[in-house]
Design a protein around this ligand. Structure first.
Ligand code: G4P
Length: 283
């Protein structure tokens, strides 16, 4: 995955989102359960002011479940409707409908008082690249959905996916997600996005990234090295990278440890959850 944002992109994204938001009752924000801070857009609050919102921490299968529970409690304590999901699993996503019903309860009551019955809730998915927006739409809408086609007032080309009518009424989902950008100017945000593989930049040096990751793992998940690679880690991260090169048989032509290769393998193992379920940001 590779993305690069310029001021022009952001202006365009904001403009297009403002247009879409006029049609929307409910904003469904997706974030990555491993980095619930860095994978959110700092301007979301001002962008979606006044809309009903829910927050889904996606890729929960890759995050540490105790941290995920703590995050959900944290967001709930801020009055945010939140839940953790794995967007690839249809059976997990069903529970999202209940959360939507809960979040939209007030709107439906208001509608009823005004004599409006069965007006569908119109929802939109938003999030930074790679958090799983398309996966979510595909899994959630699934085969049971029907496309309702263009409607007056809707920008040409926009499609609403009508989700199955439940006891609490119909939900219509805009088929194109709103794409937000992360807070790039924050170095920690950039580092965490790079660890999970959401920024692939030629300027990022894998060995530096791996050394930082080793230091993080030493502090929060110290057992990983023994469990996954079978060695007890040295206190010094450069030495650990050497140990890793040894354990994984990474050698340069002359026989010296190939640290670039070891760094690449560590990052690849981490990004594919082969190091286990790990949450980078704690509440
Ligand atoms: P986006 O629209 O927000 O940019 O994200 P997208 O759905 O394209 O998902 C980005 C990557 O994250 C995809 O992997 C997707 O399969 C994966 N993904 C989405 N949700 C989950 C989840 O809950 N758990 C896990 N483990 N992965 C998830 P990819 O490698 O880019 O594509 P593919 O190999 O799956 O085709």
């Amino acid at each position: 995955m590779h993305f690069q944002w310029f001021p022009g992109h952001m202006t365009k994204a904001i403009r297009s989102m403002r247009e879409d938001l006029k049609l929307i009752d409910l904003v469904i924000e997706l974030a990555d359960a491993r980095i619930p801070i860095s994978s959110r857009n700092p301007e979301i609050d001002s962008l979606v002011q006044g809309k009903t919102r829910i927050l889904l921490l996606n890729k929960r299968d890759m995050a540490d479940s105790s941290s995920t529970s703590a995050w959900i409690k944290h967001f709930e304590s801020q009055g945010i409707y939140a839940m953790a999901i794995n967007a690839k699993q249809k059976n997990e996503i069903r529970a999202v409908s209940d959360l939507i019903a809960k979040a939209c309860h007030e709107k439906r009551e208001r509608d009823l008082k005004r004599g409006i019955k069965n007006r569908p809730v119109r929802a939109m998915i938003v999030g930074i690249p790679n958090v799983g927006k398309s996966t979510f739409i595909n899994t959630y809408a699934g085969r049971a959905s029907t496309k309702t086609g263009n409607k007056p007032g809707v920008t040409r080309g926009k499609q609403w996916i009508r989700l199955n009518k439940g006891v609490d009424g119909t939900v219509e989902l805009l088929d194109t997600p709103g794409i937000l950008w992360p807070k790039f100017e924050d170095q920690i945000v950039g580092l965490h996005l790079a660890w999970i593989g959401s920024i692939r930049d030629e300027l990022i040096i894998n060995t530096d990234l791996a050394l930082d990751l080793i230091e993080f793992l030493q502090e929060f998940y110290p057992d990983v090295f023994e469990k996954v690679y079978g060695f007890l880690p040295n206190e010094d991260s450069v030495r650990v990278l050497n140990q890793l090169a040894e354990a994984r048989g990474c050698k340069s032509k002359g026989g010296a440890p190939d640290l670039d290769r070891a760094a690449f393998l560590l990052l690849d193992d981490f990004r594919n959850a082969r190091l286990g379920t790990i949450t980078i940001e704690k509440p």
